[in-house]
Write a protein that binds this ligand. Structure first.
Ligand SMILES: [Zn+2]
Length: 288
């Protein structure tokens, strides 16, 4: 399942390809993904120019001229693939050749420069929608969302204030999307390890110095993952034209029984526990 760094990587990959392009045609090969497509979805997109590509939590946003924004969520298995519409391989292209459509290719966007963007999603937990750009933060997908962790919104003060009033564990708080968005199970475990804080610690025991460590750790683990995704468009595009990157390795996530990578832990084994029905991985020595 794509987590925030993966979605950010896809966003960075799409940005130079899509901004300034006009959508010439949209083809839907079914009526819905996780939810139905909006009314006249294809018609509302056709002819629109893409002004800006952005991200909110794990939603990709393509701001269009005409005042609407295309919203895309990759769900569990959604994938965006670029290829030239008319076939043949292009000199210096990011990808090799036109691809024949596959059974799970559900939405096809043709662009005015001959590129084709295809959304493929075997499990169909992804979604697409449209919202008015001017009041997008009030759209049903976004109005309840919390702090964007890579933005200036995530300050030590705001983190501490948000945690102090909670009766839950730190791990549960980090997974609460109404508090901070886009930190899934993997990066919650990784951030807490980097911050040397126990996932079981109660939020109300947080202090300013602990909040400083946690705020820094959240940004560090997410940025490191994004950087691992690559620094140029070529790095984001796989041989088959799909955007994204292969997950790199983690310090504690899914490493139960392996030694903690922190030298001072002298080989303390990573432990797995279950919190709110999710696996938590942590080092009982350096995370307190
Ligand atoms: Zn450790």
């Amino acid at each position: 399942m794509p987590e925030l760094p993966e979605v950010e990587t896809v966003k960075r990959g799409l940005e130079p390809v899509l901004v300034g392009r006009r959508i010439t045609h949209v083809r839907l090969r079914r009526d819905d993904l996780r939810i139905p497509f909006p009314n006249r979805f294809a018609e509302r997109l056709a002819g629109k120019r893409i002004e800006r590509v952005g991200r909110r939590a794990k939603y990709l946003l393509a701001e269009l001229d005409g005042g609407e924004t295309l919203i895309i969520h990759l769900g569990m298995s959604g994938r965006l693939t670029l290829s030239p519409k008319d076939g043949g391989s292009r000199e210096g292209s990011y990808y090799h050749k036109a691809k024949p459509l596959e059974v799970h290719d559900h939405v096809i966007f043709d662009l005015d420069d001959g590129e084709r963007l295809v959304f493929n999603d075997p499990r169909r937990f992804g979604l697409m929608s449209l919202a008015r750009t001017a009041d997008i933060s009030d759209a049903p997908f976004f109005h309840h969302l919390g702090i964007e962790p890579l933005s200036d919104e995530l300050t030590v003060e705001r983190l501490l204030e948000g945690l102090k009033g909670r009766k839950t564990s730190l791990k549960a708080a980090l997974l609460d999307q109404t508090f901070v968005v886009g930190i899934g199970n993997i990066y919650a475990c990784e951030a807490l390890h980097r911050a040397r804080l126990s996932p079981r610690r109660l939020c109300l025991t947080m202090t300013l110095t602990r909040a400083q460590r946690l705020a820094g750790a959240i940004k560090d683990v997410l940025l490191a993952a994004i950087e691992a995704g690559g620094s140029s468009l070529k790095d984001y595009v796989h041989a088959d034209g799909s955007l994204g990157y292969f997950q790199h390795s983690f310090a504690v996530y899914d490493r139960q029984g392996e030694p903690c990578p922190r030298n001072t832990c002298k080989g303390t084994k990573i432990r797995r526990i279950v919190q709110s029905n999710r696996s938590t991985f942590y080092c009982p020595n350096c995370q307190r």
